[in-house]
Write a new protein. Structure first.
Length: 274
């Protein structure tokens, strides 16, 4: 549910920012972003309820038994998958507008509508993934990453076939990749003991942010070395490497609240405070 907010932002913000930049210049687009950020700060202060800090768990023998190297190893493996997949996708995504205009020959005036369509497709996928992920979390993650890799590799071919095939590939790719971050975060919470979830959440957030910035850097190097045409291929290659690493890791355990020895310790559960 919370991830749907990011998808709505993609549906509206990406095409709107591109349209503002085309109509009034990039300074207006960035100025609008700054104004919206100030508005969000005010809304947070005025509307969001206060929350109490979570209570620390007592250091009993049962909690110490969960702090094992295997748990940390699993956390780091998920972080490595995040790095590979997200760096791969942002390698292309950061420069997608340039690729669409210069390689796929999409008219600049049509790019905001193209981005709106892919953002809407991503929102639809995010809205429907919850129940599927609850029933088959491992299969859903494998299929999401696999489809993102395959469809990224199809971008150059579909662009050569025409605008119609490219639009179809882009819509499906947006749907596949939109659910991957959610499924990776879910996997992280499933494999992590309750008392280590704060550490896991911090590491996965770091991995996502490093990957987003790293994808822009890798994309710039790819463009400088091989040109814009290579971006989808590199995106598919890195995403495929993340898929291989996922296949080599054991499947996540079922998330059953009844089996949680310390259900109140999860950072995902915050007590209501008047």
């Amino acid at each position: 549910i919370t991830a749907a907010g990011g998808s709505v932002a993609g549906v509206l913000g990406v095409p709107l920012g591109n349209a503002l930049g085309q109509a009034f210049g990039w300074r207006v687009a960035f100025g609008t972003l700054a104004a919206v950020a100030v508005l969000v700060v005010l809304l947070v202060v005025l509307l969001l309820p206060a929350v109490a800090p979570s209570r620390a768990l007592p250091r009993t023998s049962s909690t110490r038994n969960h702090s094992t190297p295997s748990a940390i190893g699993g956390i780091l493996l998920v972080c490595a998958i995040i790095l590979l997949v997200v760096i791969g996708q942002t390698t292309y995504g950061t420069y997608s507008v340039v690729w669409l205009s210069d390689v796929a020959s999409i008219p600049s005036a049509s790019i905001p509508a193209f981005l709106f369509g892919t953002g809407l497709a991503a929102f639809v996928a995010v809205s429907g993934i919850g129940r599927i992920a609850d029933r088959s979390p491992n299969t859903a993650l494998l299929l999401g990453i696999a489809l993102a890799a395959v469809l990224s590799a199809l971008f150059p071919l579909s662009a050569a076939w025409g605008v119609g095939p490219l639009v179809i590939a882009a819509l499906l790719q947006a749907m596949a990749f939109a659910v991957v971050p959610i499924l990776l975060q879910t996997r992280m919470m499933r494999i992590t003991p309750p008392q280590q979830r704060s550490t896991a959440a911090a590491l996965q957030t770091t991995a996502f942010n490093v990957a987003i910035g790293g994808g822009a850097v890798v994309g710039a190097l790819v463009v400088g070395e091989w040109g814009l045409e290579a971006l989808p291929w590199v995106a598919a290659l890195l995403t495929g490497a993340g898929l291989i690493l996922l296949l080599l890791t054991p499947p996540s355990r079922s998330s059953d609240p009844a089996s949680d020895p310390h259900p109140s310790s999860s950072p995902m559960e915050v007590p209501d405070v008047p």
